[in-house]
Ligand binder design. Structure first.
Ligand code: CUA
Length: 413
């Protein structure tokens, strides 16, 4: 019964309950369907008007108390059984689960935003541990959407100005689809999210933020943000257009607006369109985009702009060659070797991703953020055993060049 009705594998206790109920209703209905239709055909043949026979007189049958009682009673009992069984399952699915984690879900055209108790939030992706119930508190910012988890056989409307709830009982690790099941506008068919159910250990790691991949260049961060913020639901990168303009062709271009004026699709225009999408709507597109003012920080917007810029720049792939040249240009190699030997400062070789001990105690992972800080504000974290003599490069190495340098350092495994 795991795959009854082809809605996906049994992933939750609710899956089995709902499937069993549907199977019960189907089997009982099928039995009566075959019984009634079978008798119909049988009687039609048996009592048909035979060839050459004259008109037969229909007997005058008034009533038959026993038969009437039976055909009223049996269907009534069947319907009551359907109702009662359905009620039991419904009650169990809707019953508050003790110890459930609250997660707020807000629907917007055309994405789902999740907010966790610890303050973090995510778009189109919700992560929960196996074996622990979750209470979803659902609402909508615009129109009615519907939160549907096919593998769990549960669905609940998301209504603007109102909270509805839904309990998840994740019994099996895996990734499951979440679909919007209420027609909500042009992007309805692309409004979907993922339910990530993790084993407790993996979940603990995720909560510590350790599974968060080390951030790449600004453009790479932007690409990631664009993917996880649901932008691609409405904007294709290239090829066939979705609800909104394609990303690939936009940057710097002159675009005609709905009010007849035109504007250059530059940084400020993109920023404004993310924060206040209705301000300048491109001609020929619906004014349906929600604001991302709260969801995306100014830093996020910067990264997204970097990504969009890189798209129209032909999306050049950096393999560290540019960064290598830059380390020479900026004189980094005077103090830092690329081959593991120690000069004045730590070598670049094997630096990325390593845990480094700091002067004055403590450790830090040499990730993208740490490297950035160490270049722009070297005194903030001094590696143990090295003199604090590196000059500040803030304002001297442009952000773009620093990204290239970090790409290069990453290659020095
Ligand atoms: Cu949201 Cu359909």
């Amino acid at each position: 019964m795991a795959n009854a009705y082809a809605l996906g594998e049994a992933a939750s206790r609710t899956t089995g309950q709902v499937d069993a109920l549907f199977l019960f209703i189907t089997v009982v209905s099928l039995f009566f369907f075959l019984l009634v239709e079978g008798l119909l055909i049988y009687f039609a043949i048996k009592y048909r008007r035979k060839k050459g026979a004259g008109a037969a007189e229909t007997p005058d049958i008034r009533s038959h108390l026993f038969l009437e009682t039976v055909w009223v009673l049996i269907p009534s009992l069947v319907v009551v059984a359907f109702f009662y069984y359905g009620y039991l399952v419904f009650r169990d699915i809707r019953a508050p689960a003790p110890g459930a984690t609250d997660i707020h879900v807000t629907a917007r055209q055309f994405l789902f935003e999740f907010r966790y108790p610890d303050g973090r939030s995510s778009i189109n992706e919700v992560t929960v541990p196996v074996g622990k119930p979750v209470k979803l508190i659902l609402s909508s910012d615009d129109v009615i959407h519907s939160f549907f988890v096919p593998a769990y056989r549960i669905k609940q409307d998301m209504v603007p100005g109102q909270y509805t709830t839904l309990y998840l009982h994740p019994d099996k690790a895996g990734t499951y689809d979440i679909l919007c099941a209420e027609y909500c506008g042009v992007g309805h068919s692309v409004m979907r999210a993922r339910l990530m159910v993790m084993e407790p250990g993996e979940y603990a790691e995720w909560r510590k933020g350790k599974t968060v991949a080390a951030a790449g260049t600004l453009a790479e961060q932007g690409k990631e943000l664009v993917e996880k913020s649901g932008c691609l639901g409405c904007h294709a990168v290239e090829g066939k257009e979705k609800v909104g303009p394609n990303f690939g062709k936009q940057f710097g271009r002159k675009v005609l607006l709905a009010d007849g004026t035109s504007v250059n699709a530059d940084e400020e225009y993109i920023r404004e369109s993310i924060v206040d999408p209705g301000a300048k709507v491109v001609n020929g597109y619906p004014n349906v985009m929600p604001t991302f003012k709260v969801t995306l920080s100014p830093g996020d917007v910067t990264a997204i702009i970097a990504y969009l810029t890189s798209l129209s720049g032909g999306g050049r792939e950096e393999k560290g060659e540019k960064g290598k040249t830059l380390t020479e240009t900026y004189g980094c190699l005077g103090c830092h070797s690329a081959d593991g030997s120690v000069r004045v400062g730590p070598s670049f070789k094997g630096l990325f991703g390593r845990q480094v001990e700091l002067e004055g105690g403590g450790k830090v992972a040499a990730d993208e953020a740490y490297l950035r800080e160490s270049v722009y504000r070297p005194q903030a974290k001094i590696v143990k055993g090295f003199p604090a003599i590196m000059p500040v490069f803030q304002g001297k190495i442009p952000e773009e060049d620093l990204s290239s340098i970090i790409v290069y350092i990453k290659t020095l495994k």
